[in-house]
Design a protein around this ligand. Sequence first.
Ligand SMILES: Nc1ncnc2c1ncn2[C@@H]1O[C@H](COP(=O)(O)OP(=O)(O)OP(=O)(O)O)[C@@H](O)[C@H]1O
Length: 261
Amino acid sequence: MCFAAAISSVVGMPSIQHAQPVVSLREVTRTYGQVHALDGVTLDVHRGAFTAIMGPSGSGKSTLMNVAAGLDDATSGQVFLAGADLRALDDDGRTRVRREQVGFVFQAFNLVPTLSAAENIALPFDLAGRRIDGETRAWIDHLVAVLGLTNRLSHRPGELSGGQQQRVAIARALASRPAIIFADEPTGNLDSRSSREVLTLLRTAAQEYGQTIAMVSHDPVAASYADRVLIIADGRVVGDHGRLSPQQISDLLIGFEVGAA
Ligand SMILES: Nc1ncnc2c1ncn2[C@@H]1O[C@H](COP(=O)(O)OP(=O)(O)OP(=O)(O)O)[C@@H](O)[C@H]1O
C-alpha cells in the first residue's frame, strides 16, 4: 500500500492550510559571546512544507533549528511555534510545546538501545503521559506497515540496519502528528539507497499528509527532495528558493563556501 493511501484510509486527507505559519521568526538573533550565530532572521514555515536548511559549516543552521524548536533561547526577536510565543514561556512551557508539537529525527537515530522498535515508537507518548487511543493505534499500525517495519517491531535498535533504525525514528516522529518535524542530517549515517528511501518518505509525508518538515543537511541531493531550500550564511538567510536540482544547490553553496573561506 502506498503511503498516501495508508494515511488517507486512517484519518482522511486533511486540507492543507496556509493561513498561520507553523514556525514564525521575526528579527531573531542568537549570540554566543562575540559570535552572532543568528543575525536578524525573519522567516515563516507553512504547514505541509518540506524545507531544507543549507549553508557552510558554522553558518547557524543548527542554531536556527534549535531556536525554532525551543531547544535554545533567542537573544532577541520573536519566535512562534505552532502559535506559541516561545520567548514568553518558561522552560516548562517550552518543554510542553516541544513535546506536544515537535518531532525530531537525528543523524544518529537517537533510539533507546534497550527498548524494542515498538517501544521506541511509543516513547513520546509515554514521556508525555499520553495514552495511545484507538485512532492513534491505527495510525501507528499503518505507519509501521508503510515504513516496512511490521516484522521488526520486537527488535532492538542494535538488531536493525541503519535504514531500519531511521525508519523507526521517522515512525516515532510522525506518530503523534506533530506540527513540525525537525530533521538534523537524517541521512548522514545512511548509504545512498537507504538515504533515498528516507528522503522519499519525508517528502511523501509532507506532500500527502501535510506534515511540515524542516531538515538541516549538507547534502545537495538530500536538499533536492525538499520543496523549499533556505541558504544560511553568517547567521542570515541569504537564499530562499523553491525546489532545486542537486547541481543548482551545489552551485549556490560553492558561492557561499568560497565567500566564507
Ligand atoms: N553553544 C555554543 N557556544 C558558543 N558558540 C556556539 C555555540 N553553538 C554554536 N556556536 C557558534 O555559532 C555559530 C553557528 O553554529 P551552528 O552550530 O549553528 O552552525 P552550523 O551551520 O549548524 O554548523 P555545522 O554545519 O558545522 O554543524 C558557530 O560559529 C558556532 O561556533
